[in-house]
Write a protein that binds this ligand. Sequence first.
Ligand SMILES: *Cc1c(COP(=O)(O)O)cnc(C)c1O
Length: 476
Amino acid sequence: MKGHFDLSLEEMKSYGYKIVDLIAEHWAAMENKNPVASATRKEMDTIFLQEAPEEPTSANEVLDFVMKNVIPNSNVTSHPKFYSFVPGPSNFISTMTDSLATGFNIFSGGWIVSPAAAELEIVTMNWLLKMYNFPVKQGGGIFTSGGSMANLTALVTARRIKCGDDFSKAVIYLSDQAHSSNIKAIRVLGFRKEQIRIIPTDFEFKIGINKLKNAIAKDKLEGLQPFCFIASAGTTNTGTVDPLHDIADICEDENMWFHIDGAYGGAAILSKKGARALRGIDRADSLTVDPHKWFYQPYEIGCLLVKDASWLSNTFSEKPEYLRDIEGNESEINFYDYGIQLTRRFRALKFYMSIKTYGLKTFKEAVTYNIQLTEDVEQHLRKSREWEVVSPATLAVINFRYNPIGGNLSEKEIDAINQQISERVMQSKKAVLVTTILNKQVVLRMCLINPKTSMNDVLETLHQCETYGQEILKSK
Ligand SMILES: *Cc1c(COP(=O)(O)O)cnc(C)c1O
């Protein structure tokens, strides 16, 4: 019988091919487009706001409307000149294979429903465990929607294992450079403000170890329970890695959970330099990495790794009667027992197929290239009379500002010029380059994790910025 939503085979194919063509053409000619799109709510309402239509519209007409109005009104995060936030370079194989997971609507919750999906999550998790030198047999992990959910999953687990049911005296520590998703997770978990310690960072944006030790000692004197520290392995602002070995020593001495948020920087393990920067990462109890950032996967895929998989199952297993029949045996993992979601999309598939297709070698070369490119950009900026490096190339992040030699500009003027340079670049739509604040200075920040980005792309953008800088100075 033909269901209410069914199309004929020919209709499905022609609709599907059309979409594949659109995506492939986008990938082939991405750099010829502008990465920036901007629109106000009012402009968007004018195009889209309507009641849910009672009557059908032809599939092609809806698709054409979307291609005309939705896609061009979204920034191209995979564009070689998308430098800001954390770009989403993605890759074509994963783009297509993610549609395969959706196309076959594979349920990635329980073993019995989709044994191969669970197996691929086990296999790819083993690859990741090995990459980070976590124990493959005892360790485990789970794919999540992103880094935020991985951090949340980690903190639920940390609290369960370290505090049990009573967390009224528990205290959690993180640096002032830790990602906002951690504070969000702490709030979701219901901790009071008095249970959170935000430790200042030093001039290199690393956590101050002495300040951390002092805070812990003080809390213990007050009868509180220091239970968890969240380190950053690649802060979003500057790519800085906290002193992981020092923190691991403290956590061991104090019986605290050691969580590392490597959502941004974790993938750097694939390069020699990155692996050096990440030394000590294998001492974490739990580690967040975010494949939809620097493992070049399309949204959404995050990942949490833990040293002992039973920590996850002890935290998240519930045994309702309606899931009785899909329990399976001990070794057959039900990933709904490892995290918050029951129904889960098949995220492991794109990760698996892209690594198999390109080979880990290609990923290693790409990450190595990104780190080298950022260092080359630093060298270029240091040789220039117009630019000042504010925070050096770290993993693949660099912060700098327009501050020409002999300009005799006040801090306030430099801030204003850099803000305006960023605004003008965005208005030109040629590159996504926004500012951040470091040491109270407005700086331009580039995160160069896209392997499509060439030195020439960066030089073009810098030249554009220099032209704006000179214009702004002249008009003063
Ligand atoms: C991006 C990021 C997150 C959040 O990850 P999402 O995938 O955006 O949810 C957490 N921590 C760090 C360090 C990040 O860079």
